[in-house]
Design a protein around this ligand. Sequence first.
Ligand SMILES: Cc1cc2nc3c(=O)[nH]c(=O)nc-3n(C[C@H](O)[C@H](O)[C@H](O)COP(=O)(O)OP(=O)(O)OC[C@H]3O[C@@H](n4cnc5c(N)ncnc54)[C@H](O)[C@@H]3O)c2cc1C
Length: 458
Amino acid sequence: MSRTQRKPRIVGVGGGVASAAAIAELRKEGFDGDITLVSAEDTVPYERPPLSKEFLLGRSGSVPVKDPSWYQQNAVELLLGVRATRLDLAARTVHLSDGSAVPYDQLLLATGVRPRALPGIDGAGVCYLRTVQDATELRDRINAARHVAVLGGGFIGCEVASAAIQLGKRATILEALPTLLYRALGPDLGQVVAGIHRDAGVDVRTGQPVTGLTRGPGGGVRIATGDGPVDADVLVVGVGTVPNQELAEQAGLPVGNGIVVDEYFATAVPGVWAVGDVVAQHLPRYGRRVRVEHHDTALRHGRAVARNMLGRRAPFGDVHWFWSDQFEHTISSAGLPSTDGPLIIRGSLEQRSFSAFSLDGERLSAVISLNRPKDVLDARKLIAREHRATADQLRDESLPLKRLAPSTATAPSAATASSAATASSAATPSAGTAPSAAGTPSATAPSAGTVPSARTAP
Ligand SMILES: Cc1cc2nc3c(=O)[nH]c(=O)nc-3n(C[C@H](O)[C@H](O)[C@H](O)COP(=O)(O)OP(=O)(O)OC[C@H]3O[C@@H](n4cnc5c(N)ncnc54)[C@H](O)[C@@H]3O)c2cc1C
């Protein structure tokens, strides 16, 4: 390189797991240009899943995706506590909230999502949960509370209620839909989860639209519901998310319930890529755009986009997978579950140990499990490759799911090859995370042809 030549620079906007995984993969794959990470948060990227689980319970602190020293050792410039405010795609420059600007050769947008705010539901005593700052505040409030109310019976709401009960508090979930996790799991499986919560002592009130909020006695909140007021010390709102797509949208990039990317994570502008919770990705496997809010998917997006940025063009084909821990139970899922069609049950809903499969013709398309993470790992491998499955086989407990893969080891199709290759590491969390096995589709209104992400569905 001549003296006047500068190294290529990759700028990542967003300080979550997707961005961190991309940067780590870029260095691992030998990229020796400049890397700058811009994050609105003032800490290095950390894991969000523990925030509604071990962190609230006081069993873990913040878990960094990469040790803070890694960034220095790998010559990654960190611009923390700074927002990207404008993209100049023609000049290949990111403008920042501190007035400075960073030039790039390639740009990665990984801006994630933010909690959906409810008009009129705000003020003292109301909490949202997305960041470690939110979690710290919430943990303190729960510790000081006697009664924790949760608005929204999605994954975040259920996990917070679970933590509150485990901390010896009263907990109430207010959910407008007929069961908990209705959008993600459907009515039957949602009822099973509601049963778990009720048995653990949560006051589960479904079909309960919240109509207003006022100050309650003793500095708490009084929540108006169709069934009368509920007084609590703290109200946690978990009613879905909104993708942080405005930066892309204002720069003229196509958006629609997320930043639109193809199966290579490319946006409409060459050199500009996007990954993680914020993307609505066109996936040929499904013939439509998909946006999910799954930790594992965000991590895999990051790794995969890095290879594409380095010119090793490969479509994303990994099977989506997520988990959620509530009390001693683990819900996990692989594929993109649709709760509209019939579910084939292996195991027992009553005994709270089952896998609910969806078939697409004679192919397994998705599974949702309660306390059967092994089924999900096996199903995930199956979904990634050619196989045939019938409803009777899926119901039959004596037939290991592995046996459904053709024993003549049909070569996976090109579209599924990368999934098959990575499915065996499906249960491997990123450094520092301890996922037991889930992730999720969202409460956000999907644009036509987009599968909503469900982890935060109310
Ligand atoms: C409490 C909680 C529990 C969860 N539990 C699970 C679980 O059990 N299982 C599971 O599969 N998934 C879970 N998830 C979801 C999982 O954590 C996400 O899928 C994952 O974190 C997404 O990573 P990301 O990098 O795409 O986005 P994020 O982690 O949202 O990161 C986006 C980053 O971009 C920054 N940013 C946004 N706009 C700008 C800007 N203009 N300039 C600079 N920075 C910006 C944000 O501040 C943030 O740091 C959970 C999420 C939460 C919040």
